[in-house]
Design a protein around this ligand. Structure first.
Ligand code: COA
Length: 267
């Protein structure tokens, strides 16, 4: 679609492929495109699920480190000033926020390395399907900085504070087996099968009751940030709301007429 990413839709599944430079470094320009595309997909009724993928060797190597410096000349090296850092951080916040806010299921399909902001982009998705030889990490500490795209927040919510602190304090890289053990990776497949498996998974989800799935996603995500009582109240509202959808009419009528699991929702 552009020089920085490609967007295709097939079978109700939109696939965003990062294709920027040697390592898919997440510069502010690429982040702005991700934000724009996610905003468009959120309003596209033909899309029932989204896959985000990168290169065959590198999903994404993180923030574009060149944008962390105001002067890269070794003799006169200067870090970016606070205003620029806020601009870079803001681009991450908005882009990954737009991905996390997508109402339909999202799957990161990961080959190779997902480091720093690349790992944070994967964390903004609902699921991560990864190659058996993929590697993950939040190596910012090795640059004397900290994650700025959700690595201290979404990672801790997904894998718990102790595992998040281990990864963030050490900057160490973990393999697919360890990522699965700690809950960072959901499915592991052979490297050649990652994208096709992600798209097949996404197509299954896209054939489901889309309004019901969107309401369930909203209740789970919003509930995690609230007290249990507020979360349960939110769930009750969504539970009432879902009964006003065609999904509920189709599903309940089908159950009563034909038995469980026979409903065809048609996206
Ligand atoms: N931002 C900007 N440029 C980056 C980059 C990043 N995050 N990561 C790599 N690059 C550049 C390298 O400087 C190199 O540039 P050059 O070809 O002009 O010299 C090029 O991409 C290829 O990187 P290289 O390290 O030679 O490739 P590799 O295949 O051996 O390793 C990685 C790839 C991704 C494993 C490795 O580059 C890496 O660890 N990158 C840094 C990851 C990181 O710390 N991210 C967190 C950022 S906060």
């Amino acid at each position: 679609m552009t020089e920085l990413l490609d967007l295709r839709t097939d079978d109700g599944v939109a696939t965003i492929t990062l294709q920027h430079g040697k390592v898919n470094a997440l510069c502010v320009e690429l982040l702005a495109e991700i934000e724009e595309v996610a905003g468009r997909l959120a309003a596209d009724a033909s899309v029932g699920a989204v896959v985000i993928t990168g290169g065959r060797r590198i999903f994404a190597a993180g923030a574009d480190i060149t944008q962390f410096a105001a002067d890269t000349n070794p003799a006169s090296f200067a870090l970016a000033d606070g205003g620029r850092v806020r601009e870079v951080g803001g681009a991450f916040l908005r882009a990954l926020g737009a991905v996390a806010a997508l109402p339909m299921p999202t799957i990161a399909a990961i080959n190779g390395v997902a480091l720093g902001g690349g790992c944070e982009l994967a964390l903004a998705c609902d699921f991560r399907i990864v190659a058996a030889d993929a590697r993950f990490g939040q190596p910012e500490i090795l640059l004397g900085i900290i994650p700025g795209g959700g690595g201290t927040q979404r990672l801790a919510r997904l894998v718990g504070p102790a595992v998040a602190k281990d990864l963030v304090f050490t900057g160490r890289t973990i393999d697919a087996a360890e990522a699965t053990r700690v809950g960072l990776a959901d499915r592991v497949v052979e490297p050649d099968d990652v994208l096709a498996a992600a798209q097949a998974w996404a197509a299954d989800l896209a054939r489901g009751p889309r309004r019901a799935i969107a309401l369930a996603k909203r209740a789970i995500d919003a509930g995690l940030d609230r007290s249990i009582d507020d979360g349960l109240a939110l769930e009750q509202d969504a539970f009432v709301e879902v009964f006003a959808t065609r999904d509920a009419t189709t599903g309940v009528q089908s159950f009563l007429e034909h038995g469980p699991g026979k409903a065809v929702f048609g996206g």
